[in-house]
Design a protein around this ligand. Structure first.
Ligand code: AHG
Ligand code: MN
Ligand code: MN
Length: 363
């Protein structure tokens, strides 16, 4: 088969680096190690039941720090991220959804200047039903004292707002395996060529349309939503007959990474807002390895990411596994949701949004 003219991920990174002649090359090597982990995970996911990859880790008794049952593939994917990234000398440490504490680089390997934070497998409730899952990652700089003075790594070193991310991305294990990446100059999408085992640049400079008529939210939580979210969804449901004057479509994959991908490809808005379901959890999704990397991708593609109340990337994290309300996607739609949060709460809502003040079933 003739080699296509498309850039590989390696070529793309080399060309990006040529724009910064002083760069050490560590960063490119780090991204290639992440991509290697993603390729290995893609293979494991693809074997499914044939490779004894489905089901719960440890017979269902094993839970992660979030109290969630770990799937076999959660644990395998976490190991693959660690093995692919610990040896290269680019990292000072890693943190993952599946590990309570940060993972310091073992003493036998050199330490580098970056931190890698990841959700090794997002949407893992979908593994057993053969629906798309993915890996999400974020790259931060390690504090100078960790790099220069060999200071031990602490949790605090990871508690950096999303604006500090040097790079972010995800791999999506769907009908094709794709890697979406931002290094701060737009978002670029690569498709894994199964013949070569290489990621090829197929979607350069992705832009999210400003407007949309597609929203994604888990409607089974509607009785726990706050008033601005109820109002927003009610207005979408009212369609042409409501204040929006247009019909909306709804989607819910239950893999945030797959929803993010749909939105990067054709626009839309995703909400997993703060709600009152469990008041000990200020949201479902995690700030450092879900909301922030996806937030950076959205903003770099001309979209927006928010807590509903403030831009996601400005939030100062206080905990490694902190949860947060998350809204992202087409810019004007996210801005509208933020506006609803900012407006005085004249809309009282109701336990069921369909029967609330401005709802479908009231005048
Ligand atoms: P994870 O599998 O990493 O724990 O994340 C799952 C997340 C996210 O991907 C998805 O949007 C959400 O959980 C699904 O939530 P529901 O169970 O409420 O559908
Ligand atoms: Mn996740
Ligand atoms: Mn996960």
């Amino acid at each position: 088969m003739p080699l296509s003219r498309r850039s590989t991920l390696t070529q793309f990174l080399i060309e990006e680096r040529r724009r910064f002649p002083a760069a050490s090359g560590d960063f490119n090597a780090l991204i290639l190690d992440v991509a290697l982990a993603c390729k290995a995970i893609a293979r494991s996911v693809a074997f499914g039941a044939l490779g004894d990859m489905l089901g719960n880790h440890g017979g269902g008794d094993s839970v992660n720090v979030q109290g969630e049952t770990q799937k076999k593939l959660d644990v395998i994917s976490n190991d693959m991220f660690i093995r692919a990234n610990e040896w290269g000398g680019h990292l000072a440490g890693m943190a993952s959804e599946e590990m309570e504490q940060p993972y310091p680089i073992p003493p036998e390997y050199p330490r580098g200047k970056y931190l890698l934070v990841f959700d090794p497998l997002d949407g893992s409730s979908n593994i057993d039903v053969n629906v798309s899952v993915g890996s999400i990652f974020s790259v931060l700089r390690a504090p100078q004292a960790v790099v220069d003075e060999d200071r031990a790594l602490t949790v605090d070193d990871f508690l950096q707002p999303g604006t500090q991310q040097v790079a972010a991305g995800y791999a999506l294990y769907g009908p094709t395996t794709m890697l979406m990446l931002t290094v701060g100059s737009g978002v670029h999408g690569f498709t894994l060529d199964p013949n070569l085992g290489e990621f090829k640049l197929t979607h350069p400079h992705i832009r999210i349309p400003d407007d949309t008529h597609e929203f994604a939210i888990n409607a089974s939580n509607s009785r726990f939503w706050e008033a601005p979210v109820k109002r927003y969804v009610d207005e979408c449901l009212a369609g042409k007959t409501g204040p929006r004057g247009k019909d909306f479509n709804m989607r819910w994959i239950a893999s945030m990474v797959a929803e993010a991908h749909r939105i990067l490809m054709r626009g839309g808005v995703f909400l997993y807002p703060r709600d009152t379901k469990d008041t000990s959890k200020p949201g479902r999704l995690r700030l450092l390895y879900e909301a922030n990397p996806v937030g950076m991708l959205m903003e770099q593609a001309g979209g927006r990411a928010s807590t509903g109340r403030e831009p996601m990337l400005g939030v100062q994290p206080t905990e490694l596994h902190q949860r947060i309300g998350l809204v992202f996607g087409s810019k004007r739609e996210v801005e509208r949701i933020e506006r609803y949060h900012a407006e005085p709460q004249t809309f009282k809502g109701d336990s069921n949004p369909l029967f609330a003040e401005r709802s479908l079933f009231r005048d």
